[in-house]
Write a protein that binds this ligand. Structure first.
Ligand SMILES: NC(=O)C1=CN([C@@H]2O[C@H](COP(=O)(O)OP(=O)(O)OC[C@H]3O[C@@H](n4cnc5c(N)ncnc54)[C@H](O)[C@@H]3O)[C@@H](O)[C@H]2O)[C@@H](O)CC1
Ligand SMILES: [K+]
Length: 502
């Protein structure tokens, strides 16, 4: 499990060490970690450090100091380096050390921004030390003019690689929001602990890969703001059939999905649930959808009954339900049943407050906007996308339900906390039907959940696990070309086999 902390909490944890005079030592530890990561990246990309070209973007604070000290170490290994100062008063000792190793220095202005961008683009590595946890708001002029610099991952591997010092400059270390211009990175080397701003919203997308350098803060940190499940955590949440199990004891999932307008969503949700592994799927829906389900998935038991007459351990309701009134009623009944229930797509519009954490809402940004607005907290999609962490927390607290917000980093908030973030997905997963398969995976995890309600956050953990399995299946599928939702069940099986064998 990876634990991330708000930038403010990390700064508070640093304070006693700073008060004890350990500031310079902490900075050297941070700079050494940044140097090691940057050197490793240069070695992987070009085989050696000697002869490489580095640009350091250095702002006024300690973040710039870290980056300049790290670049000084690269200078000592034969890299030629230019420091571009984005403020007048950069860390004087770090700048002196950089100059002392033969580094070149220039000051960024509006007039030379084009030249600096060209310098960056012709270099092998850019170290972004403009703003760290002390940054307020987005990048300001003239540094804002550098935000057009694209990291190698967005240029299909072409130089330069951009390495962010502690966090991408311009991103809020607490929320991941981008109040203005910001820089994107290939790799973020973060100090003391990952910041929550690297795991949510624009910050999660801007960070690229995240590496954490231990500078001795962990004993000073309290409750994490966001957690991320790793493979071992997910493997521990999966229930495998025991020798004495039969189809009913393994877990039966009820799926109320599809409509005359959208029958395919029901097929995708059912296929994903079966691939994740359940004792049985009981499918409820209109006749043409049932026929399709029986053709595609003969093992599913189909009926047109109501939720109350259907014996299951968990529900999925909503994918492809459209305006079908019977399906909407089933979603309402599933929410009221007390059983774990995934409420997706159109069914989210039937959500009221006073739900329990066993109800898991799975909106995308547009659906979350509508949900919050229906609950009297009017907002717009741009606001949700700019700061998804605050909005997903608000939705969980207002409804009492667990809320999974789909995105580049999928966020899951339990009412009152905790929050999980999973970012294994590939942009190729942004395809029709992808969300329906996520519902099926999560429904299957809920139906087979042998651990029961557990403590706070139990359902959020299962939802985070489902998001991770979905993301990994998408990434695996993308190795063979563009992702089609109907091919995801095969990839889900392979991902789960990997977890179960490890
Ligand atoms: N404090 C410590 O003990 C340690 C700090 N470390 C580094 O120090 C960073 C925090 O250092 P600082 O507190 O100096 O903060 P920053 O390095 O983020 O810089 C803050 C400075 O930038 C200015 N500023 C704020 N927002 C701005 C904006 N939007 N545009 C232009 N200028 C802006 C502020 O006036 C201030 O001068 C961390 O991110 C980390 O990189 C590490 O060296 C580890 C130890
Ligand atoms: K930075």
């Amino acid at each position: 499990m990876i634990s991330a902390y708000p930038g403010t909490a990390v700064r508070a944890a640093e304070q006693p060490l700073l008060d004890a005079g350990a500031g310079p030592e902490l900075m050297q530890k941070a700079a050494y970690g940044l140097y090691r990561a940057a050197a490793g990246l240069l070695l992987r990309r070009r085989g050696r450090i000697y002869g490489s070209k580095t640009v350091v973007l250095a702002g006024a604070g300690n973040n710039g100091g870290d980056a300049l000290y790290a670049a000084s170490r690269l200078l000592a290994r034969g890299s030629s380096s230019t420091a571009v100062l984005t403020a007048e008063d950069v860390h004087s000792a770090a700048l002196a050390a950089f100059r002392g190793r033969g580094g070149k220095v220039l000051t960024l202005t509006e007039e030379n921004t084009g030249t600096v961008l060209a310098l960056c683009r012709s270099s092998d590595l850019v170290l972004d030390g403009i703003l760290g946890t002390g940054g307020k708001g987005g990048l300001r002029a003239p540094a804002a003019g550098l935000a057009v610099l694209e990291p190698a991952r967005l240029r299909r591997g072409q130089a330069p690689a951009v390495v962010a010092c502690d966090l991408p400059s311009g991103i809020s270390a607490d929320t991941g929001a981008a109040p203005g211009a910001f820089l994107r990175a290939d790799l973020t080397v973060t100090f003391g602990a990952p910041k929550t701003g690297l795991m949510a919203g624009p910050g999660a997308e801007a960070a690229g890969q995240i590496e954490c350098v231990d500078i001795g803060l962990s004993t000073h940190l309290e409750a994490p703001g966001i957690q991320r499940l790793e493979a071992a955590d997910i493997a521990g949440l999966l229930t495998v059939p025991a020798p004495g199990d039969h189809k009913y004891s393994r877990g039966v999932l009820g799926i109320a999905a599809g409509s005359a307008a959208y029958p395919g969503a029901a097929v995708l949700a059912t296929g994903a649930a079966l691939a994740t592994g359940v004792g049985m799927v009981r499918f409820l829906g209109p006749e043409p959808v049932r026929r399709l389900i029986n053709l595609q998935h003969p093992e599913a038991v189909c009926a047109e009954s109501a939720v109350a007459q259907t014996h299951v351990q968990a529900w999925v309701a909503g994918p492809g339900a459209g305006q079908d009134e019977d399906q909407r009623q089933r979603a309402v009944d599933a929410m009221a049943s007390g059983l774990p229930a995934v409420i997706d797509a159109d069914a989210i519009s039937a959500v009221v407050s006073s739900l329990g954490p066993q109800v898991i809402l799975t909106p995308h940004a547009g659906e979350l906007t509508a949900l919050l607005t229906n609950l009297g907290k009017s907002t717009d999609r741009a606001a949700v996308e700019a700061d998804p962490l605050s909005h997903v927390r608000r939705a969980a607290d207002l409804t009492g339900a667990t809320v999974l917000l789909k995105g580049w980093a999928t966020l899951v908030a339990a009412p009152g906390g905790p929050v999980y973030s999973q970012a294994e997905a590939t942009p190729w997963l942004a395809t029709a039907g992808s969300g329906d398969t996520l519902s099926g995976i999560l429904g299957a995890l809920l139906a087979t959940d042998s651990a029961g309600p557990g403590g706070p956050g139990h359902y959020a953990r299962l939802a985070a696990a489902a998001a991770s399995i979905h993301g990994r299946a998408g990434a695996l599928s993308a190795l063979e070309g563009p992702v089609e939702a109907s091919r995801l069940p095969a990839a889900i099986r392979r991902v789960l086999a990997g977890f179960l064998q490890s």
